[in-house]
Design a protein around this ligand. Structure first.
Ligand SMILES: Cc1cc2nc3c(=O)[nH]c(=O)nc-3n(C[C@H](O)[C@H](O)[C@H](O)COP(=O)(O)OP(=O)(O)OC[C@H]3O[C@@H](n4cnc5c(N)ncnc54)[C@H](O)[C@@H]3O)c2cc1C
Length: 397
C-alpha cells in the first residue's frame, strides 16, 4: 500500500491490486508492460505533488488518457501510471462572443465533448475513429490530426492556452506557439497537460463528396494529386482493394473526397451519410476481421508507389486519411512480423514510420534524428531526472 499517495489523492484514487495492474498492462499497441501502481489526480496541485513525489523516489511516471494509442506510450514496466480519466470537467465555456472557446480538464473524451458542443452548433474538429474513447490530453500529447485534416490541420492549431506541469513538477501557464511546441506533440515525455483552452469551429452545414474507383496505382496517385489541389477539400480518404471489398465498394482502390461546397458529385444527405459511415466504420470492420495492428507511414507522394506495391503484394489493407501523405495500413496476427520490413522500406525512401500515431516504445528505434534531438534538448530542460514516460520515443540517460 502506498500510504503517501493514498494520503494525497484518497484511497479510491490509487490502484495496486493484481487485477487492476493487469488491466493497465496494455494499451492499443497490444504491447505488454506491467506497472507498479495507478494513480488518478483530480486537481492541478495533485498532479504537481505526484510528479514531485516521483522525482523524490526516482519513480518513472507514465501519463495515460484512455490508452488508445497504437505505440505503447501509455504503459511501462514497474512504473507508476498517472491516469487522467477522472479529470474530465469543463472549466469555462464561451459560445456567445466571436472568439468561442472551451477550457477543460485533459481527461475529457473527444466524443463527449463534441456531443456537448453540438447543442451550440460548435465542434472541436480533430475527429479520429477512436474519438469515443480518446481524450483531449492524448490528442494534444500526440498533436493529432483527424479525418478532416485538410481543413483543420493538427490539434496544436486549436489550442490557445495550456496549464502544464513539467517533469520536475514546475507549473506553467502558456499561450504561444513556441511554448506549445514543447508540450504538444511530445508524447507526454516533457510535461503533463493539466488543462487546455481550445478554440472551437462552427459546424459545417453543407458538404458534398466524390467517390472515385481505380484499378491501377498510378491512376490513383495521379487523381490523389489532382484532388489535393481542389478548392474546399476537407477530407480525402483511401481504401485499397481489401477494405473496398469489405465496405461493398467493389474491387480496386477507392478515394472518397469531402468538400465544404457543393462541387462534389454526391450531394444528397443520405448518400453522404452512407459514405461517411464507411469512413468511420472501416477500422472496426478491419479489427473484426483480425487486422488489429495499425501503422501510419508517410512518404513523399512521388515515393508512395513502392509502398503501395509492397502492401498490395503482402495483402495488407489500407484505409484512412491521406493527409500529410499518410498511408494508414493494418496487419493481422500472421502479418505482424512484416511491420519491421515495412519500416525499413519507409526509411529507405526517406519517409516517416509514424505520421500521426507517435513513436512511443514500439517505434522509438525509428524516431527521426531531428525529433530525437529536440526531445533530448527538452528533456534536459524540463525533465532532467527523466521521470515522465521514461523509455519512450528515445532513451534519455
Ligand atoms: C481502433 C483505433 C483506431 C485508431 N485510429 C486512429 C486514426 O485513424 N488516426 C489516428 O491518428 N489515431 C488513431 N488511433 C490512435 C488513438 O486514437 C490516438 O493515439 C489517441 O490520441 C490517444 O488518446 P488517448 O486518450 O487514448 O491517449 P493515451 O493512449 O492514453 O496516451 C497517448 C499519449 O498521450 C500522453 N498523454 C495522455 N494524457 C496526457 C496528459 N494529460 N498530458 C500529457 N500527456 C498525456 C500519454 O503519455 C501518451 O504518450 C486509433 C486507435 C484505435 C484503438
Amino acid at each position: 500500500m502506498n500510504k503517501h499517495l493514498i494520503k494525497l489523492v484518497g484511497k479510491n484514487n490509487v490502484l495496486e491490486s493484481d487485477e487492476d495492474l493487469e488491466a493497465y498492462s496494455i494499451d492499443a499497441s497490444l504491447l505488454e508492460r506491467r506497472p507498479a501502481l495507478v494513480v488518478f489526480p483530480k486537481k492541478v496541485n495533485e498532479i504537481q505533488k505526484i510528479i514531485n513525489y516521483c522525482n523524490r523516489i526516482n519513480m518513472p511516471l507514465t501519463l495515460r488518457g484512455a490508452g488508445t494509442n497504437c505505440v505503447g506510450s501509455a504503459i511501462g514496466t514497474n512504473n507508476y501510471i498517472m491516469d487522467f480519466s477522472r479529470m474530465n470537467k469543463v472549466i469555462e465555456f464561451e459560445y456567445e462572443n466571436k472568439d468561442k472557446f472551451i477550457r477543460l480538464q485533459p481527461g475529457i473524451v473527444v466524443e463527449n465533448l463534441n456531443r456537448f458542443l453540438s447543442k451550440y452548433k460548435l465542434t472541436f474538429p480533430i475527429l479520429t475513429p477512436e474519438q469515443s474513447a480518446s481524450t483531449i490530453g492524448g490528442i494534444l500529447a500526440l498533436n493529432k490530426y483527424g479525418f478532416r485534416a485538410f481543413k483543420y490541420r493538427r490539434a496544436m492549431n486549436w489550442v490557445s492556452e495550456l496549464e502544464v506541469l513539467d517533469g520536475t513538477g514546475k507549473y506553467y501557464n502558456i499561450n504561444n506557439k513556441e511554448d506549445f511546441e514543447n508540450f504538444i506533440g511530445t508524447e507526454g515525455c516533457i510535461g503533463a497537460i493539466a488543462s487546455a483552452k481550445l478554440k472551437l469551429a462552427n459546424n459545417i452545414e453543407n458538404v458534398s463528396m466524390d467517390l472515385f474507383g481505380f484499378e491501377d496505382i498510378v491512376q490513383l496517385i495521379t487523381k490523389w494529386r489532382e484532388i489535393e489541389k481542389k478548392e474546399g477539400l476537407i477530407s480525402l480518404v483511401l481504401f485499397d482493394n481489401i477494405s473496398s471489398v469489405f465496405l461493398d465498394l467493389g474491387e480496386g482502390y477507392h478515394l472518397i473526397a469531402e468538400y465544404e461546397n457543393n462541387k462534389g458529385s454526391v450531394i444528397e444527405p443520405l448518400k453522404i451519410k452512407k459514405l461517411r459511415n464507411k469512413i468511420l466504420g472501416i477500422q472496426n470492420l478491419l479489427a473484426d476481421k483480425g487486422y488489429i495492428y495499425r501503422d501510419d507511414p508517410s512518404l513523399p507522394i512521388d515515393q508512395t508507389y513502392d509502398l503501395f506495391k509492397w502492401l498490395n503484394t503482402n495483402e495488407i489493407p489500407i484505409a484512412g486519411s491521406l493527409y500529410n501523405n499518410t498511408i494508414h495500413c493494418f496487419f493481422n496476427q500472421e502479418q505482424k512480423n512484416l511491420r519491421e520490413e515495412m519500416y525499413e522500406l519507409v526509411n529507405k525512401h526517406q519517409g516517416n514510420v509514424s505520421s500521426n500515431y507517435g513513436y512511443g516504445i514500439l517505434k522509438k528505434e525509428y524516431t527521426p534524428q531531428i525529433f530525437k534531438r529536440k526531445m533530448m534538448r527538452l528533456k534536459e530542460k524540463y525533465d532532467y531526472n527523466n521521470i515522465l514516460n521514461r523509455g519512450e520515443v528515445l532513451d534519455y540517460k
